[in-house]
Design a protein around this ligand. Sequence first.
Ligand code: UDP
Length: 458
Amino acid sequence: MENRGESQLQERLGRRLLFFPLPLQGHINPMLQLANILHSKGFSITIVHTKLNSPNPSNYPHFTFFLIDDGLSENSEASRNDIISLLTVLNVKCIEPFKQAMSELLADSSGDPIACLISDAILHFTTAVCKSLNLPRLVLRTGGVSSFLAFAAFPLLLEKGYLPVQDAKSAEPVKELPPLRIKDLPVITTSHPEKLYRLVEGMIQETKASSGLIWNSFEELEESSLVKLRQDFQIPIFPIGPFHKHFAASSSNLLAEDHSSISWLDKQAPNSVIYVSFGSIAAIEEKDFLEVAWGLAKSRHPFLWVVRPGLIHGAEWLEPLPEGFLESLDGKGHIVKWAPQLEVLAHPSVGAFWTHNGWNSTLESICEGVPMICTPCFTDQLVNARYVSHFWKVGVQLENGLSREKIEMVIKRVMEEKEGEEVRERVVHLQEKANLCVQPGGSSYESLKSLVNYISLF
Ligand code: UDP
């Protein structure tokens, strides 16, 4: 009987899953990790992708790739500098090419039959396309559950007058969304706030209309938020993260990883280094960049700093750095354009992560038991930073502007003081939970089993 059940399952697993990542680094990574996880469960995988930030197929010989035209020209009005416009335009320009791709893939009878699409939540236009083709659509939300609930509360926040945010520095609590304050609401400085509201509305509505919602998060981390989510979203919900803890997968980095990061870390003392990275999109003013540089130097702790080309407004790369800056530090500082972040965070020399609190970075830091210094820039990063510093208490927030004195102080708090020790104990405790949840019997392990069964029945 059991054998028959198993063979039926095998038969169902001879199915193809389509994935459609949002073409941004922080969305491509978890989507491809999820594809790897489901591939390991027996599904065949096709990644539908845009020309913009196209993933490298040679890193994934076990997947097939299908390129669609995103309709974005080189000097498109929606540039990387205006992320909300870019996401809005993608939701319009991709409709026709995506529809064509889906029709072609569904008509192709040579491969395994297609079970469903797994779409990034922000690509909300995919709902209508899937509906017209009678294809089930699951959603991957690549951020955290807690920030998603803040997005889902936008209508309420607008009604109560919290939005549009009048004073982005206001520490007044949002009593409907503890522990958030007005300054933690997931917005972005833009001259078109209504574009953000429409995008968020599309994401929330079309997630509610989906066949299921997958999270790169885990029950023990976001328990209370998941309870609320399950009340408000009457669809199957699968928290199966941290994705990268299921097994080590190949890199989907768009920029070349500089491995001198690791050889440099090898020469540093245990727990001594501050790893600094503000992710793939955030950009800072030159004056803030200089404060970061001098703050790091004044702290006298060794630092590994990712300065991505484009990080500093108006500069190609490191031109604003004073001449001889690194040399004057006697080897205590190392700057790279892009680091192998997972390896860096797992390195015994790293003592703290100064981060912008993108969800992937936040989760990766927790998974490696590394305390955080939080400087969020926009949208969900603001919510994540608040949870890190005031809910999980695994980091310290650097607020109200960057000055070298404040930076030096916050680094000392985390690296040298009792407060830092306590933060470290808490993050190591969370790290243990993250490791356990993907083991047999763990919450994410079980949730992944349910997801596989659920998809197999489509
Ligand atoms: N990352 C990396 N090397 C770097 C900086 C970032 O590999 O030098 C990876 C990081 O591990 C994470 C992703 O890029 O998986 C960034 O995603 P996140 O959600 O943290 O931030 P975003 O870039 O979307 O703002």
